[in-house]
Design a protein around this ligand. Structure first.
Ligand SMILES: [Cu+2]
Length: 184
């Protein structure tokens, strides 16, 4: 009787085990699908809570549209000093421009910009953003075309970069060659 019960219970246990397994797999499949859809939602569009990603998107679009086009032949260059020049005391720098006009910052005139002088800049700033202002990135937002620098003795690298009315480089950037001078 006991043995008989055992035998008759066995198929039931197998069925139950099979059923459990099936249920487990179904659940796993359902979970995977749900996870997949959630991931797709995140990748496809920003969720309402994803402020950071949304801001970045807006900012990027905003600056691209604020990047003014520049004619292909536009250029900026140093009228003085000459590359390789050795200078005692202050350094007078005169900026040259061709194919574009100098306009003060804040004045949105087509094909115009104002000069920025990059001094010993190791890493170029982001060309799609307003240029930072520092000792190494000097703005001439009043439309100046020359300046006088007090530099410590040694070699220095100078480069000109035009920025539009909002201090954003043009597309393509109007960038001079790098010159190197030595201050005694
Ligand atoms: Cu500027």
């Amino acid at each position: 009787m006991f043995k008989g019960l055992g035998l008759s219970l066995a198929p039931l246990s197998v069925t139950a085990a099979l059923f459990s397994l099936t249920a487990l797999f179904s659940l796993t499949a359902l979970f995977s699908l749900t996870a997949f859809y959630s991931l797709t939602a995140v990748a496809g569009g920003h969720l309402p809570g994803e402020k950071g990603a949304h801001d970045h998107h807006d900012q990027h679009q905003g600056h691209s549209s604020m990047q003014a086009p520049a004619p292909a032949d536009a250029k900026v260059y140093f009228i003085q000093p000459a590359s390789g020049q050795v200078i005692s005391g202050e350094v007078k720098v005169v900026f040259g421009i061709e194919g574009m006009l100098v306009a003060p910052a804040g004045t949105d005139t087509p094909n115009s910009g104002h000069h920025h002088l990059l001094i010993n800049v190791e890493e170029m700033p982001d060309m799609t953003m307003p240029l930072p202002a520092s000792e190494n990135v000097r703005h001439f937002g009043k439309g100046q075309t020359e300046t006088t620098l007090q530099l410590v003795p040694g070699t220095h690298r100078l480069q000109l970069l035009l920025g539009n009315y909002a201090h954003i480089p043009h597309n393509p950037p109007v960038l001079s060659e790098v010159i190197e001078i030595t201050v005694k």
